[in-house]
Design a protein around this ligand. Structure first.
Ligand code: S3P
Length: 169
């Protein structure tokens, strides 16, 4: 399976980079959050509010399993919590080359501060929430990745170039 899988914290640029990268290498672009929303006919925000986070996490794992038999020549952007479930780590690796878009806490806070669609960052004390979650997740993203790209200070083209160099190897 020749796929490029993008992982990383909310706001790290998985979707923006993924869409451009897919165009450039003539791959299909897919996004697990968008696929889950289409399947459930419901926004992520409402899935969290109505069914709860555990339901969403199961939907994420189920989505990865279904992609195992269908995804090829694709760039897949994943929700920021996808690699946290252990079962998903093996599934992501099976799907393709896993790229962690690593971003500093400051950049993330700047990008997500006026966002209202991410339930885990809703409400007060955004800085504390990002800090706590990122500290917990960073080692997991790193362990799950085949390639790590530090994106701070890079434009989309520079990030994409780094991914393409790794993909060619
Ligand atoms: C989540 C990240 C979101 C989305 C959901 C949960 C997380 O995706 O899957 O709100 O746990 O980090 P993005 O990383 O695309 O924002």
């Amino acid at each position: 399976m020749d796929n490029i899988i993008l992982i990383g914290f909310m706001g790290c640029g998985k979707t923006s980079v993924g869409e451009r990268l897919a165009k450039q290498c003539q791959f299909v672009f897919a996004d697990t959050d968008a696929l889950i929303e289409a399947k459930e006919k419901c926004t992520i925000k409402d899935i969290f509010a109505v069914q709860g986070e555990a339901y969403f996490r199961q939907a994420e794992e189920d989505m990865l399993k279904s992609l195992l038999t269908t995804l090829d020549h694709a760039v897949l952007s994943t929700g920021g919590g996808m690699p946290i479930r252990e079962a998903n780590q093996a599934l992501l690796k099976k799907l393709g080359m896993v790229v962690y878009l690593r971003t500093t806490k400051e950049t993330i806070i700047h990008r997500v501060k006026s966002d209202t669609t991410r339930p885990l960052l809703a409400g007060d004390d955004l800085e504390y929430k990002v800090d706590t979650l990122l500290t917990k997740r960073a080692p997991i993203y790193e362990a799950c990745a085949d390639v790590i790209v530090d994106t701070d200070g890079l434009d989309f083209e520079q990030v994409i170039d780094k991914i393409l160099v790794a993909h060619r190897k």
